[in-house]
Design a protein around this ligand. Structure first.
Ligand SMILES: Nc1ncnc2c1ncn2[C@@H]1O[C@H](COP(=O)(O)OP(=O)(O)OP(=O)(O)O)[C@@H](O)[C@H]1O
Length: 573
């Protein structure tokens, strides 16, 4: 009996520890228990290290380490950002202190004062980037940073662990890529000879993305700046590609930066062919997606083997390279930052800060409790708070519509929609992979060049289709959730939901494929009559106008909507 009780207690401890590893989601299913017990053992040692000292003062220019030339400008003069004052007042949050095992109770802080003029850089050269890097940026026509870049770059250069949240297509990739290139590789800042002799070996930056397409896109962004002469500094480690060739390239080229998908990075890391103990930067792009259950095991390996968490001393029992690990800077990026990300960032980083467009706030001033998903089935009383992130993830120039049609007429509605809006480059989202082919067939039969893109296709087919779409050889890309995250096709001017997204976060990421970097774009949801209530719920959750429309005689006609009593009541709740 005693043995049975002891065993039960042990099992319970294992489950509790595992939940704390990622601070997200529901407990894993029983079939994962063997992994869980290993993870729990590891976690027990980590838990002791996870308490980090937090500086108690507010985040100021000085705390970010900026020099005199960036001192605050006069308060009463409008600054270059158009703010009435040069100081951004971050409102006091109403969050209560959080108490959860493994996460330190969070104190609500007084309003912060951060100099916004600092983040109003008009050129990349004002951002303290090395001259060689500026030269390369100019060579490819990049001279003016976006808001999120002018905020994130100096913050990352000051070694802060950061969460970068900014709407889709606002340039988050360069926001972390440039500070990395100013510290790693041939374009970096010139170091003193003393520092230069302290040569590091192995990988210095690991960038993780949830899909091959996004991984490859990030690699291309690096290569664009590095040029043919230095492009071997970066190695892609995406799934679906030849693993032996990737391993060979690691051995031969000795890259300093790797970009890949969690599965492939974890796989090669487990073979001992990827040396990441000296890694200084760990970037999780689309972090909220990477925290999903699908990636847990691989992410766990990556988080444990890439450098050492900031503020955590190597454990006394660690031997060999483990004992000599370099402290890493953790950078988490997404247009949507649910509570799971805030919690994870607090646990993995030292004094992490949240960069949101033109502002920087300590993460501890941001609430970290609440549901992690924005399902359209959540009650409307909670939806207001939980969807704040989704609203901020939408590009301001997008127009949102919905049109009602019968299921069998959806493709016809899509054709009319494309013609009425004269859209040149369209991404149409569906939920079921098997139906994509049929939709493409119907579109082609109507004389529209279209192709399908989904995860069941081979790597070559995926990249060929994407290339054709980017080149303008295809007018409509019919796809599933695979393309909702990170895909950057600057010409895309229309996103169509042929099936409804599951929640407002998915709506936001799908919508964000259009209207990139300040361009105009439209999002049209084609739904059945019985689905209109879901669209209205999304509209309420996101706080954006999604107007009812129809397409008649080649024109988009926006209809006036009468709010029913029932809707008004729902809205008041
Ligand atoms: N400062 C800049 N000047 C000109 N173009 C830029 C600049 N910064 C980024 N871009 C371009 O803007 C496009 C969108 O950038 P990026 O893909 O990084 O956006 P994002 O915020 O990561 O979007 P998502 O959330 O959808 O992943 C890219 O084509 C990129 O090359």
């Amino acid at each position: 009996m005693k043995a049975l009780i002891l065993q039960t207690q042990r099992n319970m401890l294992t489950l509790v520890s595992t939940r704390l590893l990622f601070f997200v989601g529901d407990p894993p299913p029983l079939k994962k228990l063997s992994w869980i017990s290993n993870a729990a053992r590891l976690h027990t040692s980590l838990q002791c290290q996870s308490r980090v000292d937090r500086e108690s003062g507010p985040l100021t220019l000085a705390s970010l380490g900026f020099r005199g030339e960036l001192e605050p400008v006069k308060r009463d003069k409008p600054n270059e950002l158009g703010n009435p004052s040069s100081v951004i007042e971050v409102p006091k949050t109403k969050a209560k202190p959080v108490r959860s095992i493994g996460v330190k109770a969070v104190k609500v802080k007084a309003p912060l004062e951060i100099d916004s003029a600092l983040f109003a850089a008009k050129t990349f050269s004002e951002l303290n980037l090395p001259p060689l890097l500026i030269e390369r940026l100019e060579r490819v026509g990049l001279t003016v940073p976006t808001d999120v870049q002018s905020t994130a770059i100096p913050t990352i250069l000051q070694n802060h662990d950061v969460v970068i949240q900014s709407y889709t297509g606002s340039g988050k990739t360069l926001a972390y890529l440039l500070p990395i290139l100013s510290e790693v590789g041939p374009l970096k800042k010139k170091l003193s000879s003393e520092e230069e002799t302290d040569k590091r070996i192995g990988i210095e930056a690991v960038i993780v993305a949830p899909s091959r397409e996004l991984g490859m896109q990030i690699v291309r962004e690096f290569e664009k700046i590095l040029g043919p002469e230095d492009k071997k500094l970066v190695q892609q480690l995406v799934g679906g590609a030849n693993k032996s060739r990737q391993e060979e390239a690691l051995r031969k080229n000795k890259p300093a930066i790797v970009v890949g998908t969690p599965g492939r990075i974890a796989e090669i890391s487990a073979t001992g062919k990827l040396h990441t103990h000296n890694c200084r930067f760990l970037v999780l792009d689309e972090v909220d997606e990477l925290l999903s259950f699908n990636f847990r095991e691989d992410m766990h390996r990556i988080l444990e083997h890439v450098g050492r968490r900031s503020g955590v001393e190597p454990s006394s029992s660690a031997k060999g390279p483990l004992a000599r690990r370099v402290e890493r800077q953790t950078i988490l990026v997404s247009a949507t930052v649910p509570f799971s990300v805030t919690r994870a960032a607090r646990s993995w980083g030292r004094n992490p800060v949240l960069v949101r467009a033109k502002t920087v706030v300590p993460l501890e001033s941001v609430p970290a409790t609440g549901p992690d998903t924005l399902s359209v089935h959540t009650s409307s009383s909670t939806s207001n708070t939980i969807t704040q992130g989704a609203v901020e993830s939408l590009p301001p120039n997008l127009k949102h519509f919905y049109c009602v049609t019968r299921l069998q007429h959806k493709i016809d509605s899509l054709r009319r929609c494309v013609h009425a809006l004269d859209a040149k480059s369209v991404i149409a989202f569906m939920n079921h992979t098997k139906r994509l082919k049929d939709a493409v067939f119907k579109l082609e039969a109507r004389g529209i060049k279209a192709a399908e893109l989904h995860g069941d296709l081979g790597k070559l087919a995926r990249s060929t289709t994407l290339k054709k779409f980017k080149n303008g050889e295809l007018r409509i890309l019919v796809t599933n959730e695979l393309s909702a995250r990170g895909l950057d096709v600057s010409e895309c001017d229309l996103v169509v939901n042929l099936d409804l997204p599951t929640d407002s976060i998915h709506y936001a990421h799908r919508a964000g494929r259009a209207g990139r970097l300040g361009r105009k774009g439209s999002v049209v949801t084609i739904c059945e009559d019985s689905e209109v209530f879901v669209v209205k719920k999304l509209r309420r959750q996101l706080g954006i106008p999604i107007q009812a429309c129809e397409f008649t005689e080649g024109k988009l006609i926006v209809s006036e909507e009468e709010e029913t009593e029932k809707e008004k009541t729902l809205q008041r709740q």
